[in-house]
Design a protein around this ligand. Structure first.
Ligand SMILES: [Zn+2]
Length: 280
């Protein structure tokens, strides 16, 4: 039996994996202690022998190094559960999990997964290998210094790309301009309020930059877009198609297919692949 979890900035989704599609339980991320949640599931299902975690933060060798959009998980989660229980635990950054699932779905070895959810995340597969870097924190697109914002990023700086193109950025900009927090991205687009228009323009500009950087640096065959903000606002793709040639190297753009994800929950599906992937 395998427990598979997708730990995001807004939600934690988990499932006892038997077959796809996964039957998923969802809870609020900020109110949930990850260790307590896993222990309560293990108590109910003592036959669990594998735990696979897709994590919205930086992880290395089973250790959670940092989580800009969550708090309190830092530490050696792999050793904790493997020493206490008779099981194996695999954990990887959520976009590194997503890219495994997306590459399997699109049957390609050169794919980037760029997701705009709570944060702005990127996973890169090049030549069939997930790009991990020296400390397993490569491709942190959301934390590329971009422009100064009037508030801080979870990583401690005030100029990250994620402060302009992410779900959290939209919330922070609405708070900054005292706009109703319930306004969705599409409400902002339709609004005649100049500050709402400014938020949309800042978001689109940063998002297209993020895609341009990704295509120029990694030359993927397929670039998959996903995450709540993208999936609920497909009009962004039209903007992107119109403008991308001005934001990316033309030879890379010409050969890259940009698509929106078809998968229900790529990070969760990718987490399941971790135990088959020797890099995990
Ligand atoms: Zn940051």
């Amino acid at each position: 039996m395998t427990l598979v979890l997708d730990v995001g900035g807004t939600h934690i989704r988990y499932s006892i994996a038997q077959d796809l599609p996964l039957e998923v339980v969802e809870c609020e991320s900020k109110d949930t202690n990850l260790y307590t949640l896993i222990e309560s599931v293990l108590e109910l299902h003592p036959k669990i022998k594998h735990i696979c975690i897709s994590y919205a933060g930086q992880v290395r060798d089973g250790v959670i190094l940092a989580a800009p959009n969550r708090q309190g998980d830092e530490g050696d989660i792999k050793s904790y559960f493997e020493q206490k229980y008779d099981l194996k635990l695999f954990i990887q950054n959520d976009l590194s999990c997503a890219v495994l699932a997306e590459a399997k779905f699109f049957e390609t070895q050169d794919l980037c997964a760029l997701y705009v959810g709570t944060g702005l995340g990127l996973g890169v597969m090049s030549g069939g290998r997930v790009l991990d870097g020296f400390s397993n924190i490569a491709a942190e697109l959301g934390h590329i210094p971009y422009k100064k914002a009037p508030f801080m990023c979870g990583c401690g700086r005030d100029n990250c790309m994620e402060l302009f193109a992410s779900g959290l950025a939209l919330l922070k900009w609405k708070q900054y301009y005292s706009l109703a927090e319930e306004m969705t991205f599409s409400d902002l687009q339709k609004s005649s309020n100049p500050q709402a228009q400014k938020i949309v323009a800042l978001f689109e500009e940063a998002f297209i930059h993020a895609v341009g950087i990704t295509i120029t640096l990694f030359n993927p065959e397929v670039l998959v877009l996903g995450g709540g903000v993208i999936e609920q606002n497909r009009s962004l793709l039209t903007q992107l198609a119109k403008k991308i040639k001005d934001y990316a190297f033309h030879l890379s753009t010409k050969e890259c297919t940009i698509l929106i994800t078809n998968l229900q929950n790529a990070p969760l599906q990718g987490a399941l692949l971790l135990k088959e992937n020797r890099d995990a």
